[in-house]
Design a binder for this molecule. Structure first.
Ligand code: ATP
Length: 238
């Protein structure tokens, strides 16, 4: 089986500083794959490069059988790769409904868009209840739901989530993780970047541990969750 996403020897630099130093991994259709690691390991840089927001120094990215190198960001969304960025990046003065509509900016099928907005409200009922409210007035957890919903509005084949649990209460975080699980059940493929290694590994099929620009360990989520070095470095155990 060929992977939905294949990253080979990817290198990305900011000027002279190499943030990603030759990483390789794959994401199979239907899987949840997570990148974990400390601050500055290069996880966000990796997602931004896959989205076409940063240009790689070297390496090959193949998505759905086609190369992604050199493809502009909006075309990458069109091909089916959506990104829910770190910090959410919503339009605070726009309503929930308007933010969701913006996630469908490349689509013209009005009926389909309305159907999908309804599906997002089914997934996150609170968003439906508050659809006319400005997104800037939502709680952190609700904003995260909206950021995920907006990314889903492009009908992606692969959804990339950058730190969805950031700044959330344990209950909200639990809710977001349950939603990721539910999306997987619906057949969505997910690439998840998380600081919360415990939560991410608990639901991931595959995990990759990143340290200063490199993947230092790759295994199933289950195996990494029980790996002694991972537990010491990322799960706060002695
Ligand atoms: P975090 O969880 O803190 O976002 P991360 O694993 O996602 O960490 P990146 O944000 O990808 O890490 O950062 C990787 C490295 O690149 C870091 O050393 C960071 O300081 C550097 N870096 C990130 N963005 C820029 C930028 N715009 N200009 C210069 N250096 C940057």
């Amino acid at each position: 089986m060929t992977a939905l996403l294949e990253v080979e020897d990817l290198r990305v630099a900011y000027g002279k500083i190499e943030a990603v130093k030759g990483i390789s991994f794959t994401v199979e259709a239907g899987q949840v794959v997570t990148l974990i690691g400390t601050n500055g390991a290069g996880k966000t840089t990796t997602l931004r490069t896959l989205s076409g927001l940063l240009k790689p120094l070297a390496g090959k990215i193949t998505f759905d059988g086609q190369p992604l190198n050199g493809v502009p960001a909006h075309k990458i969304v069109e091909r089916g790769l959506a990104h829910s960025p770190e910090g959410r990046r919503l339009f605070p003065r726009l309503t929930i409904a308007e933010n969701l509509q913006l996630g469908a900016f490349l689509r013209k099928d009005t009926a389909g868009i309305e159907e999908d907005i309804q599906r997002i409200y089914d997934l996150f009922p609170i968003l439906g209840e508050r659809r006319k409210q400005a997104s800037g007035t939502l709680s952190g957890g609700e904003q995260q739901m909206l950021a995920m919903g907006r990314a889903l509005m492009s009908r992606p084949k692969l959804l990339m989530l950058d730190e969805p649990s950031m700044g959330l209460s344990p209950i909200m975080m639990q809710k977001i993780m349950e939603t990721i699980e539910e999306l997987r059940t619906q057949g969505m493929t997910i690439l998840l970047v998380e600081q919360n290694a415990q939560a991410a590994l608990s639901l991931a099929d595959q995990g990759h541990v990143m340290e200063i620009g490199k993947v230092v360990l790759s295994d199933s989520g289950e195996t990494l969750l029980h790996d002694e070095s991972v537990r010491k470095a990322y799960l706060g155990e002695d």
